[in-house]
Design a protein around this ligand. Structure first.
Ligand code: NAP
Length: 335
C-alpha cells in the first residue's frame, strides 16, 4: 500500500513516500480502515525526531500519522461494533505500529467512532487527536463546569480551536490567547475574551481563573500559574510529563526520577500559588469521539481546516506545521 514512512529517527528528510508497504494485519478486536484522510499533529514530527522515544519507541520502518478518517473494509473475529462500509474517524492507540498516513490502518474497535455525518472525510480527519486532547484536558482532568472561567492558550491552533468550542458549549467563560491576525477567528469560535499576545501580556490582564489549558509550555506555562485562583488547576500538554504519566506507561525508575526532577519548577509554582498542576498525555477513546461527533452534528462544534496536502507531500505538510502558524488543522488527503 502507499504510505508515508520513516526508517530511522531524524529531521523531515527521513520521511519517505513508498508504494509497497505491507497492508496491516487485523487483530481479533480490530477493524481495518481504508483511509480517506489523516491529519498532521505536532506529535507526528516529535515521534519522527525521536523526541518522545522514551515513551513511544516505534519499530522501524514506521508509518507516520496519529489520526484520521476512512471506511471500514474488514472486521476482526471479535469486532462487532461497526459493519463493513461504516464511515469512521479515529485516533489509534499509541503503541500502534502502523500509523494513519497510509492507504489502510487497523485500529481497535473501541478506539474509533462513527464519522460526524455532516463532515467530509478531510474535515473529520482533523478532529480525533485534538478533540480527544481537549475533551480529556477540560472535562476528565479539569472537571470544567458551567460558569467557570477557563484560559485556553493558542486558541487558533489545532487543539485550541476545538477546546474553545467544547468549553463554550458547556457554558464556561472562555478566554484565549492568539496573535493580532487571529483575533476575529477565535472570536468566531466562541471566545469571550481574547488576549492578543502581540500587544499585551495575559498575566497582567487576567485573574481568578478556575482552569488554564496550556498548549505552549515554557514561559507561557510559568506565567499561567498567576492567573489561577487558589485551588484552580493548570493542565499542560506541552513539555515533560509528570511522574504519574511515567507510572501509567510503566517507565523505569530512572525515567520516573528524571520526570520528577524536570517538573520541580511546576511543583514549586503550584505550591506557591496554591493550585494544582497536571500533565496530560492524551489517550485513544472511541466513546468520547462519539460524543464529539454528536456535538458536531448538532452544530455546536465545527472543524477548522487550514491546508490540505496529498499523501506524497507529508514532508511539506510537516514543514508548514513546524512554522507554528497553522490556523486549525493541516490535512493529508489519501483517497
Ligand atoms: N500531550 C498530549 O497528549 C498532546 C496532545 C495534543 C497536542 N499536544 C501538544 O500541544 C501543542 C499544540 O498542538 P496544536 O496541534 O494545537 O499545535 P498547532 O496547531 O501547530 O498550533 C499552532 C498555533 O499556535 C499559536 N501560537 C503559537 N505561539 C503562540 C503564543 N505565544 N500564544 C498564543 N498562540 C500561539 C499560533 O497562533 P498565532 O499564529 O496567532 O501565533 C497557531 O495558530 C503541541 O506542542 C503538541 O505537541 C500534546
Amino acid at each position: 500500500m502507499k504510505a508515508s514512512i520513516i526508517r530511522k529517527y531524524g529531521g523531515n528528510e527521513v520521511i519517505e513516500y513508498v508504494e509497497d508497504f505491507p497492508k496491516p494485519e487485523v487483530g481479533d478486536d480490530e477493524i481495518l480502515i481504508e483511509m480517506r484522510a489523516a491529519s498532521v499533529n505536532p506529535i507526528d514530527w516529535k515521534v519522527m525526531k525521536g523526541d518522545v522515544k522514551v515513551m513511544l519507541d516505534y519499530k522501524m520502518p514506521h508509518v507516520l500519522g496519529n489520526d484520521g478518517a476512512g471506511v471500514v473494509v474488514q472486521l476482526g473475529a471479535n469486532a462487532n461494533k461497526f459493519k463493513v462500509g461504516d464511515e469512521v474517524y479515529f485516533r489509534p492507540g499509541k503503541k500502534k505500529v502502523v500509523g494513519t498516513f497510509a492507504e489502510f490502518c487497523s485500529v481497535k474497535q473501541d478506539e474509533a467512532g462513527l464519522k460526524p455525518k455532516n463532515l467530509s472525510f478531510e474535515e473529520a480527519a482533523g478532529i480525533p487527536l485534538v478533540g480527544l486532547t481537549s475533551w480529556q484536558a477540560l472535562f476528565e482532568l479539569g472537571n470544567l463546569q458551567k460558569g467557570q472561567k477557563v484560559l485556553i492558550h493558542a486558541g487558533s491552533g489545532g487543539v485550541g480551536s476545538i477546546a474553545i468550542q467544547l468549553a463554550k458549549n458547556i457554558g464556561a467563560e472562555v478566554t484565549t490567547t492568539t496573535s493580532t491576525a487571529n483575533v476575529e477567528l477565535v472570536k468566531s469560535l466562541g471566545a469571550d475574551i481574547v488576549i492578543d499576545y502581540k500587544k499585551e501580556n495575559f498575566q497582567d490582564k487576567l485573574s481568578g481563573y478556575d482552569l488554564v489549558f496550556d498548549t505552549l509550555g515554557g514561559k507561557t506555562r510559568d506565567e499561567s500559574y498567576k492567573v489561577l485562583k487558589p485551588g484552580g488547576i493548570l493542565i499542560s500538554v506541552n513539555g515533560i510529563p509528570t511522574t504519574d504519566v511515567a507510572y501509567e506507561y510503566g517507565l523505569n525508575f530512572i525515567i520516573k526520577s528524571l520526570f520528577f526532577i524536570l517538573n520541580m519548577k511546576n511543583t514549586s509554582l503550584a505550591k506557591k500559588y496554591k493550585v494544582n498542576y497536571k500533565y496530560l498525555f492524551m489517550n485513544a477513546n472511541g466513546e468520547q469521539l462519539s460524543k464529539i461527533a454528536k456535538l458536531i452534528e448538532d452544530k455546536k462544534v465545527k472543524p477548522l481546516v487550514d491546508k490540505t496536502f496529498p499523501l506524497k507531500d507529508v514532508r511539506e505538510a510537516f514543514s508548514y506545521q513546524q512554522t507554528g502558524r497553522a490556523k486549525g488543522k493541516i490535512i493529508i488527503k489519501i483517497k
